[in-house]
Design a protein around this ligand. Structure first.
Ligand SMILES: [Zn+2]
Length: 64
């Protein structure tokens, strides 16, 4: 596969502070958790639920 040509313009952009990554989802904005069955035993299943990270609400950025 030929390498895709990328524009090689390199201007020093003003340093933009990158938003801190959400520690809960590592910046993905998604949180997956294992599905548990049973109120008492909490038996783990093989299923995974992926949902919105409740810490950053899907933005992937740490809130302050
Ligand atoms: Zn998050």
């Amino acid at each position: 596969m030929p390498a895709a040509k990328k524009p090689t313009r390199r201007k020093t952009a003003p340093a933009k502070p990158e938003p801190a990554k959400c520690p809960a989802c590592d910046g993905t904005g998604e949180a997956s958790r294992a599905v548990r069955v049973g109120a008492r035993k909490g038996r783990l299943t093989d299923h995974q639920q992926t949902g919105l990270c409740l810490t950053c609400w899907g933005t992937g950025e740490a809130t302050d």
